[in-house]
Design a protein around this ligand. Structure first.
Ligand SMILES: [Mn+2]
Length: 321
């Protein structure tokens, strides 16, 4: 059995897209909302996973270490590509790793490199999805996409990324597995762009949601950063990532934090380090119990309401110049 496990955002989808164009497989697909990263638990829970061939994309190995070790013990062959800090990588002859935590790299770019640039359009989509505009532009130049084409690839990356945000799959316009299946026939993302009805749905949803998000004023701000708070509503959960990226680009010298009310006495927090100095987000978030991520972009899965003040102080201290 072949099982493809991928993060439900643009990067995860575009990484798998390149691999399956290069090597088609009739695989079982496992994904979830962008924040649902401990996806290997779902594979362990499959009764017939022993001996399966697994492809794992764009989910932190540190977070998945325990189920990964179980799967290797159960004779699975694992191909693993990702750009989050992996923690201790298990030593096992059945594990192939392509992990690069460089802040200018995403999983779709790792796969593009591995395939020697066979499907660069999907690499560009992945990079735009992860807000890596310099890397996207660089690859776009190499592949000789026009300015107009780059604009379409950027919108595609941002809309696929937007679709991944939510607390559960029900919050999303499309299950990432369905979206991947829609995309799968297209070697060239520009053809998908022109043909897809799903994309039209995402575009309309995005515009409606972002109008609400953009009306929110900062809760706190200093020279070094801005903090926003969103209510417990589906539009807030769906726009969280794109809104944070947009604000980060608007003020590239500032750090940004977005707290989304989880309706259960806490907040889901995402932190972006200043784009011009991609450091400090992970250290800040790791100081809280459910924090994790990368130096450039990190988060806290549940920040109790009682700790919002403490977080605010720590945020402005962390990014002081
Ligand atoms: Mn990624």
């Amino acid at each position: 059995m072949d099982i493809d496990i991928f993060n439900g955002d643009a990067d995860g989808i575009a990484a798998l897209q390149q691999l399956r164009l290069a090597e088609p497989r009739r695989s079982v697909l496992v994904s979830g909302v962008k924040r649902d990263i401990r996806l290997l638990d779902k594979v362990v829970a499959m009764a017939d996973h022993s001996g399966a061939r697994l492809t794992v994309l764009d989910i932190s190995m540190a977070t998945n270490n325990e189920p990964l070790v179980t799967l290797l013990k159960d004779n699975c062959q694992v191909f693993y590509a990702d750009h989050h800090h992996p923690g201790a990588i298990p030593k096992h002859s059945s594990l192939t790793c392509h992990i690069d935590p460089d802040p200018e790299i995403c999983t779709g770019l790792i796969i593009n490199r591995l395939l020697a640039g066979r499907f660069p359009g999907w690499g560009v989509v992945a990079a735009f999805g992860d807000n890596l505009h310099d890397s996207a532009d660089h690859l776009g130049k190499t592949a000789q996409f026009s300015g107009r084409e780059m604009g379409m690839l950027r919108e595609l990356g941002e809309l696929l990324n937007y679709n991944g945000y939510g607390k559960e799959v029900a919050d999303l316009h499309f299950d990432p597995v369905t979206l991947f299946q829609e995309i799968q026939p297209y070697q060239n993302p520009l053809e998908f762009y022109a043909a897809s009805d799903a994309l039209a749905t995402l575009r309309q949803g995005f515009h409606d949601d972002m109008a609400q998000a953009r009306a929110v004023e900062p809760e706190a701000q200093q020279d070094t950063g801005r903090i926003y708070i969103f209510p417990c509503l589906p539009w807030a959960r769906r726009t969280a990532g794109v809104f944070s990226n947009e604000r980060a680009r608007e003020e590239p010298d500032k750090a940004h934090a977005l707290l989304v009310d989880d309706g259960q006495g806490g907040y889901v927090v995402s932190v972006r380090a200043p784009l011009n100095r991609k450091k400090g987000a992970l250290d800040l978030c790791q100081a809280f119990a459910t924090g994790g991520g990368r130096a450039a972009a990190a988060g806290i899965n549940k920040l109790p309401a009682a700790l919002v003040q403490e977080f605010t102080t720590a945020f402005f201290t962390a990014f002081k110049r």
